[in-house]
Design a protein around this ligand. Structure first.
Ligand code: EPU
Length: 346
């Protein structure tokens, strides 16, 4: 293409950019870190009628084929205290900051509230999309606002927490505003006073005391995660592959009758949340592989790619697991990561 902008690379292999390590090609790839260049890239992409894929840390994507357009990463890595509001502090982080680095930086500077989210792979910009959560804390509890650039108009807007419509592994960015914005920064409401959330039973077991320091809590979270969850840099994975399904009270009662040892957690509207890991484990899939991909032996909800399979291998395993869970328990599993890309067969 004659008028290729300087920031654009052609035919880039995306394997290093997705934590499942799936090999797929981007027709064009660009990493930008300022709003002016971002707007130039969005304008170029629209004028060339190219499909746009926004990439964060690539830890919640399954490439099911190549990307016939532009893959864009926004790499602003600035972290800054923007306001002191008495007990709270407002801290702004660029979308390109690696999430775990942000957790460590915040704790070191005395900004508290995200210790339980240590070691979650991905970037700050991707965190609001699926409202990341772990060990009793969800991102929504600390988000103040999200800065976004409208893909069509290039206008910068600040969305309030309410605008983000957060739900369990869900937000407006996956629903009404899907493909509408580039997230450029997130402002967090963090606390000056450390008040640990210790509701998750396995945490108590590894903590040296019930009044841990912030660093002790972070270390405990890291230990619990490392014990169960594979490091994507060693065994490629995207964390939990399915959401925990929510069933109504009547279905829950029937399941409890049939499977008395099935764990259940109360959810809104008298519903119950079922651990997908338990269902998958009971369906016989923990530690089992299908071709180059497998369900992890220490956490059955994590699909891994030790044999460097492609998106079709991943989906074949996901479908086989979901089919067995459905026939055994009558419960449908919903995938957590997004499928992207186009294969020859599509
Ligand atoms: N279990 C099994 N077999 C297994 C693993 C777990 O039977 O192989 C049972 C456990 O005994 C427990 C239940 O399943 O009763 C729940 O397991 P766990 O506590 O490990 O949590 P989870 O519901 O599987 C969720 C999040 C994780 C988060 C943990 C801790 C989802 C989809 N996953 O997992 O988030 O780290 O809780 O808060 O909500 C992620 O989203 O990528 C992720 C890793």
């Amino acid at each position: 293409m004659a008028n290729l902008p300087a920031a654009v690379h052609c035919g880039v292999d995306l394997q290093p950019f997705n934590s499942l390590a799936i090999s797929a090609k981007a027709q064009y790839y660009s990493k930008v870190s300022d709003l002016v260049t971002l707007r130039e890239m969005l304008h170029w992409c629209a004028s060339e009628h190219l499909p746009l894929l926004l990439l964060g840390g690539g830890s919640n994507l399954v490439f099911c084929g190549d990307w016939p357009g532009l893959v864009l990463q926004y790499a602003d890595t600035d972290i800054r205290l923007v306001a002191d509001e008495g007990e709270d502090l407002l801290v702004r982080a660029g979308a390109g900051v690696e999430w775990h680095r942000f957790v460590l930086t915040a704790s070191q500077r005395g900004w508290y509230g995200i210790e339980n989210l240590a070691l979650i792979p991905g970037s700050v910009g991707a965190a609001p999309v699926q409202n990341i959560g772990a060990y009793g804390v969800e991102l929504e509890s600390v988000v103040a606002s999200v800065e976004v650039v409208d893909i069509q108009s290039g206008a910068l807007t600040v969305l309030s927490k309410a605008d983000c419509q957060f739900g369990y592994r869900d937000s407006v960015f996956k629903q009404a505003a899907k493909d509408q914005y580039v997230i450029t920064a997130v402002t967090f409401r963090l606390a000056k006073q450390f008040s640990p959330v210790l509701t998750y039973p396995a945490l108590i077991e590894v903590l040296p005391s019930t009044q841990p320091t912030p660093q002790q809590l972070i270390d405990a979270i890291i230990a619990v995660r490392q014990n169960k969850l594979p490091d994507p840099a060693v065994i490629p994975n995207v964390g939990s592959f399915f959401k925990n399904p929510v069933v109504n009270g009547q279905t829950a009662a029937q399941l409890k009758h049939q499977f008395p040892d099935m764990p259940m957690y109360p959810a809104a509207d008298r519903c119950q949340k079922l651990p997908a890991a338990w269902l998958i484990d009971r369906a016989g899939w923990r530690g089992r592989s299908l071709g180059p991909v497998a369900m992890h032996d220490r956490q059955a909800l994590v699909l891994t790619n030790p044999g460097r399979g492609d998106g079709h291998d991943v989906l074949a395993l996901a479908q086989a697991v979901a089919a067995d869970v459905l026939s055994m328990f009558g419960v449908a599993l919903e995938m957590e990561p997004q499928c992207v890309g186009v294969s020859d067969g599509d």
